[in-house]
Design a binder for this molecule. Structure first.
Ligand code: NAD
Ligand code: IPM
Ligand code: MN
Length: 362
């Protein structure tokens, strides 16, 4: 009998490469903590289009429904970029899964590790002040999901439209996620919006203020998205939890990843109100480096840690992974994108990094 059943959806590009490493780490924690996992692998994204004619085949969805949680790699790539939007892997599989399971609360923790400030492309004195931010991104509404969207008209009069739409309830539940998280961290929520222009942002501010009343010990500040993008480079140490709508959180989280040194370091958890979740690197399928064995597997490995912590409550196993990752990085077991060009000959491969993390746990 297994303790847990996981749906493993590796996807496209570097997805399968980094997933191999997460599975090594899962095997190590499974041994160490005497946990039994049943892993069921399913096609998703471009590979599923190639093999089954659709990005999210019914068997994949059913497998996810039957699982305790989903470990997701990444999807998409040039091969499928010219399909109609609604058939593309990003929309037909990733957004479809987020919507289907109502995974509204997307947590993306980014930090500069102590002693590893040199990974950051920021000026040394700025990086030295530290950076430890949790981006809380609304994931199932806003301009990604708002209706109507479409393309109408002809010639130069042809026009495209997307709808940004938020209900009070949608804003409230993601704001609560942010305040709950802040209460366990440094007690500050920075809500990112464009309230000087967007009606959605006006409502966002109003509801966020209401939620703040229930968390008197947490400080709330509002900031416009353009200023936030700038402040993150000027002094990222000023932030704790950054609460964002769907599109703004997408953009800000890539920026946060790069402040720490690499897209390949940022994990994510996408959780619904029952605690069911999908866990995936915040970055994509990285077609530019896929197939070379050089992708950083840390974001995938840390996504596994978040799965254990948030969906399975296996805190000791999650802590062991986090500790092993920190030691791997500080021992200098690094993929090339974290190194300066002069040091790149010391780069380790995807599998060397995964082996090292797994060996530290064993
Ligand atoms: P990307 O995140 O795939 O890559 C951006 C840059 O970051 C690239 O230079 C890439 O090499 C680098 N990078 C990303 N992950 C890395 C890792 N683990 N190690 C080292 N470097 C890493 O973004 P993109 O190029 O805009 O998108 C490529 C494809 O991925 C597109 O089809 C996009 O829609 C899709 N995508 C999917 C997801 C997902 O599945 N969750 C997320 C983002 C983008
Ligand atoms: C992410 C990705 C996705 C998003 C894309 C692939 C649809 O960029 O998870 O950040 O925009 O949410
Ligand atoms: Mn993104």
């Amino acid at each position: 009998m297994s303790d847990y059943k996981l749906a493993v959806l590796a996807g496209d590009g570097i997805g399968p490469e980094v997933m191999v490493e997460a599975k090594k780490v899962l095997a190590a924690v499974s041994n160490k903590f005497d946990l039994k996992f049943e892993l069921n692998e399913y096609d998703v994204g471009g590979i599923a289009i190639d093999n089954h004619g659709q990005a999210l085949p019914p068997a994949t969805l059913k497998g996810c429904e039957d699982a305790d949680a989903i470990l997701f790699g990444s999807i998409g790539g040039p091969k499928w970029d010219n399909l109609p939007l609604e058939q593309r892997p990003e929309r037909a599989a990733l957004l479809a899964l987020r919507g289907h399971f109502d995974l509204f609360s997307n947590l993306r923790p980014a930090k500069i590790y102590k002693g590893l400030e040199n990974f950051s492309p920021l000026r040394a004195d700025i990086a030295a002040k530290g950076f430890d931010v949790l981006v809380v991104r609304e994931l199932t509404s806003g301009i990604y999901f708002g209706q109507p969207k479409g393309l109408e008209g002809e010639g130069e009069e042809e026009f495209a439209f997307d709808t940004m739409r938020y209900t009070r309830a949608e804003i409230r539940r993601i704001a609560i996620s942010a305040f709950e998280a802040a209460q366990k961290r440094n007690k500050k929520v920075t809500s990112v919006d464009k309230a000087n222009v967007l009606v959605c942002s006006r409502l966002w501010r109003e509801v966020t203020e209401e939620v703040a009343q229930d968390y008197p010990e947490v400080e709330l500040e509002h900031i416009y998205i353009d200023n936030a993008a700038m402040q993150l480079i000027r002094d990222p140490s000023q932030y704790d939890v950054m609460l964002c709508s769907n599109l703004f959180g997408d953009i800000i989280s890539d920026e946060c990843a790069m402040i720490t040194g690499s897209m390949g370091l940022l994990p994510s958890a996408s959780i619904n109100s029952d605690g069911y979740g999908m866990y995936e690197p915040a970055g994509g399928s990285a077609p530019d480096i896929a197939g070379k064995g050089i992708a950083n597997p840390i974001a995938q490995i840390l996504s596994l840690s978040m799965l254990l912590r948030f969906s399975l409550n296996e805190v000791a196993a999650a802590d062991a992974i986090d500790t092993a990752v920190t030691k791997t990085l500080s021992d200098g077991i690094l993929t090339g994108e974290l190194l300066t060009p002069e040091n790149r000959d010391q780069a380790k491969s995807t599998s060397q990094v995964g082996d090292y993390v797994a060996s530290l746990i064993a």
